[in-house]
Design a binder for this molecule. Structure first.
Ligand code: NAD
Length: 445
């Protein structure tokens, strides 16, 4: 089984284009390699909100300053970008204009942590200005954006990395290993169910995600994690998608609404009422910055113009004939995932549930006509966000570790494209009454 998710890339040229071989070329994959170079990777960030500051900011300053130097920070919100600078404790200059930042600070790579629908603009521009791009997922939210990125990468020869940290969970890595070892034979179908609760799930409807033009719906914003995992686990390429989606609880379904929680006359009766002012960090990062862009972090999740789905069901066909059934639901009493790989020689289950007084989780391998065993030999849990997966991906991006990378953890341009394209195809299918959408009709790869 190829070790990279990129089928066009052999093991040999993967090594040649990553890690040691490019140590002098100021690429994010070259920089950290075993202290072999004296130059630090110069990075600039665009989008200094929560993810840009709390994941790709503070922990990088703390844990990677030997190999990374922030040279600039940019955000459309001039106050928030200053807040980020303070929280990160750096003196790198702040900007509200991306081109100006790149031209003045000459970074080697740009970290893109803006609203999803704007990633493509900064990826394309970073590449055109001679930088590599390290983009948060999803890489893009529609097929035109995807094509623009693919074309820009081809034109410039620069590198795009998409930070799919969900590949980096220790259970997720173990699942990949078991599938590579063909523990269940050939996978024939996958059942993937995502459950978000009335806190985490609801939050997407308060935030910018509630509009498709910002997030590409949760089929792109959220499910790009899961579709990327599926593509990576199955080591195959999605070809056809059909889907249904509904908005049943949030948005126009509310019986009362306001602009945002702080001024809401229904505070007493709304089960979703949230007092943002109780968090100093939220105040500093969002409410104190409202004067600049009017963005309300505690906006009403019953806004009538919400145009994304809270209930989703998707079918995906892969090049290797695997069938994936995916569902996502955003108003559950607890959080969780139930994933099953049904193979010719058995079944692999990866489940976890938590919250609402309920907690359960295991990875279980059941061989056909054989034993069922709970898998426990995971790598040690790392410190850091998302159960340590954020630290694992930072090691990969800034230190080129693990090297070699037998699980193919690195997500490149192609992985970024397919991670988004399934969700894009799914919302097109929903808009066309469940019609099958071919991925090859969306972009020219
Ligand atoms: N991989 C993960 O686990 C994970 C987790 C959370 C968020 N994310 C991703 O990180 C990104 C940021 O999400 P967040 O939760 O930090 O949101 P956020 O709202 O906290 O931050 C977004 C920032 O982008 C800025 N911004 C918006 N439009 C911009 C533009 N056109 N130009 C420059 N700046 C702009 C906003 O002012 C804000 O500061 C999103 O793409 C999201 O999908 C990934």
């Amino acid at each position: 089984m190829p070790e990279s998710n990129d089928h066009s890339m052999t093991r040999r040229n993967f090594l040649a284009t990553s890690g040691t071989a490019l140590a002098a070329a100021a690429s994010p994959f070259a920089t950290g390699i075993a202290g072999a170079q004296s130059k630090k990777l110069k990075v600039a960030t665009v989008g200094t909100g929560s993810r840009g500051t709390l994941t790709w900011g503070i922990p990088v300053v703390k844990g990677y300053s030997d190999v990374v130097e922030f040279v600039g920070l940019c955000d459309i919100n001039s106050k928030r970008v200053k807040v980020a600078q303070g929280m990160m404790g750096i003196s790198a200059p702040t900007f509200t204009d991306f081109d100006e930042m790149v031209k003045k600070t000459r970074p080697d790579a740009v970290i893109i942590t803006t609203v999803d629908g704007t990633h493509w603009r900064y990826i394309v521009r970073a590449l055109e200005l001679g930088c590599d791009a390290i983009s948060e997922k999803p890489m893009c939210t529609n097929e035109e954006q995807c094509q623009a990125i693919l074309d820009a990468a081809k034109r410039t020869g620069r590198k795009v990395t998409v930070t799919f940290n969900a590949r980096h969970g220790r259970e997720d890595k173990r699942v990949k290993q078991l599938l590579m070892e063909k523990a269940v034979g050939d996978v024939v179908s996958v059942d993937f169910h995502e459950y978000l609760d009335t806190s985490h799930g609801a939050d997407y409807f308060r935030r910018w995600h509630y509009l498709k033009e910002n997030s590409g719906t949760l089929l792109v914003h959220k499910a790009s994690h899961h579709f990327d995992q599926a593509n990576w686990w199955l080591n195959s390429t999605p070809t056809e998608v059909s889907a249904y989606g509904e908005l049943k609880v949030y948005g126009r379904n509310g019986t009362f609404r306001s602009t945002h929680c702080r001024v809401c006359p229904f505070k007493q009766q709304c089960k979703f009422y949230w007092d943002i002012t109780k968090s100093e960090r939220m105040k500093e990062m969002y409410t104190d910055c409202e004067s600049e862009d009017g963005y309300l972090r505690d906006a009403c999740l019953f806004r009538e113009n919400c145009n994304i789905y809270d209930t989703m069901s998707v079918r995906v066909k892969y090049e290797n004939d695997v069938m994936l059934t995916y569902t996502a639901n955003t108003y559950q009493p607890f959080e969780g995932q139930a994933i099953a790989f049904n193979g010719t020689k058995g079944r692999l289950d990866a489940n976890h549930f938590g919250g609402g007084g309920y907690s359960q989780g295991e990875v279980r391998l059941t061989r056909a006509f054989g034993k069922s065993e709970v898998i426990r030999d995971f790598e040690e849990r790392r410190e850091g966000g998302h159960g340590g997966s954020d630290t694992s991906i930072q090691d990969l991006v800034f230190r080129g570790k693990p090297d070699p990378d037998p699980l193919g953890l690195r997500a490149d341009l192609r992985a970024g494209a397919f991670g988004s394209l399934i969700g894009i195809a799914a919302y097109h299918s929903i808009e066309r009454g469940g019609e099958t959408v071919k991925i090859s009709d969306l972009v020219k790869l």
